[in-house]
Design a protein around this ligand. Structure first.
Ligand code: DGY
Length: 373
């Protein structure tokens, strides 16, 4: 694995052509393969990546669509990139991969990777890493904020206060549902689901029930005697006071909560979605809320985000946040570092080398198949 020097000249704005020509990089004796970032990260992470080798990153917060990539990569040495660092924002499909024929590793700065076509990656021998664990606790914290926000109508209350509509403390003002002592239903008991399950047990005296394909062993819970109870999905929805969605998105979970399931929930229940847009039918949710069926909802993810279904925007009893569950200073920095280091370690592994750091967290089934020479 070569030691690359930084190529700051590669850090162009998306609208400027790259000043690095293939012949220039060959003449310098350096490999001509930069790594690409789809979005800017943090300065110290950029500096480290640039110290490892040629790096290109967008100058602004541009969201990269295929057209942008096509413009950037056409006739550019950037098309020789072997490494790409992505986020849940970008769609990584066969069309994009065809623009990057030398790509070997994608490092996703997220635990979820439904934006990446893994089949297209496998067909091209591209390995895919992601950043599980590091965001678990921060996301579970935020899940509690969503449950509390939905139950107590915090979003709507704040909007009314800011609009000058709060005139006095009133006995019947801003009434919501209790969280303490209630039944929390978690759909998707992976790392984040389990971290969430520990919180209400310890702090809110809640009973926790969950659904996922296979029941979990009770160990790992603060009090195994009160371990969360596994239920079939429909029973969980019927019996929970507050439901939190944390399942991965895919064909099997598209509109998992459709209108009939939403209507099967208690009229006094709340729904929080921290999974992915598309797990809930947002339009149906807006209808159900409009009918006064649920007490409230809290959504951090949306079908077609950053667009939000206009019918949801009309609803008062839903708290809407911009896919920010993992967004603490410390966690987003840690995710960026992990994604950057895994990008470099992954490239090294693909070349048959090894790195000193922790093992790369490959997406299941998307690890390197063979060391390339
Ligand atoms: C993830 O990691 O998948 C989250 O949605 C990003 O916050």
């Amino acid at each position: 694995w070569p030691t690359w020097s930084a190529h700051p000249e590669l850090m162009t704005s998306p609208t400027e052509p790259s000043p690095l020509s293939a012949s220039a990089s060959q003449a310098s004796g350096q490999p001509a393969s930069p790594v690409l970032l789809s979005q800017p990260l943090f300065d110290e992470v950029h500096d480290w990546l640039a110290s490892q080798g040629p790096l290109w990153r967008p100058a602004g917060d541009t969201i990269w669509h295929l057209d942008d990539w096509t413009r950037l990569l056409a006739g550019s040495p950037l098309a020789q990139a072997q490494g790409l660092l992505t986020t849940p924002t970008e769609r990584v499909d066969a069309d994009l991969l065809d623009l990057l024929p030398h790509l070997r590793v994608i490092s996703q700065m997220a635990v979820g990777y439904n934006n990446i076509d893994l089949q297209a990656c496998a067909e091209r021998g591209i390995a895919v890493a992601h950043t599980p664990d590091i965001l678990t606790e921060t996301t579970a914290d935020f899940a509690m904020a969503m449950v509390l926000g939905a139950a107590r109508g915090i979003g709507a209350a704040e909007r009314q206060l800011r609009a000058g509509a709060w005139t006095q403390w009133a006995p019947t003002g801003f009434l919501g549902q209790d969280v303490h002592g209630a039944i929390l239903g978690i759909v998707g008991m992976g790392r984040i689901g389990q971290a969430l399950a520990r919180r209400p047990q310890l702090g809110f005296g809640m009973r926790v029930q969950y659904h996922q394909r296979n029941p979990l062993p009770a160990s790992g819970m603060p009090d195994p005697a009160q371990a969360p109870v596994w239920l079939p999905l429909d029973e969980l929805l019927r019996t929970s006071d507050h439901v939190v969605l944390l399942v991965p998105y895919g064909p099997g979970t598209h509109h998992l909560l459709d209108e009939s399931r939403l209507r099967s929930m208690k009229p006094t229940a709340t729904l929080s979605n921290l999974a992915r847009g598309g797990v809930v039918d947002d339009e149906a949710l807006a209808r159900v809320l409009a009918d006064g069926h649920l007490a409230g909802a809290a959504l951090d993810v949306f079908e077609g985000e950053p667009q939000v279904h206009p019918a949801l925007l009309q609803q008062e009893r839903v708290m809407l946040t911009p896919h920010m569950a993992s967004a603490s200073h410390a966690t987003r920095r840690a995710m960026a570092w992990m994604a950057a280091r895994q990008l470099q370690a992954g490239l090294m592994a693909m070349s048959g080398g090894t790195s000193d750091g922790p093992p790369v967290r490959w997406v299941p089934g998307a690890q390197p198949k063979r060391p390339a020479g």
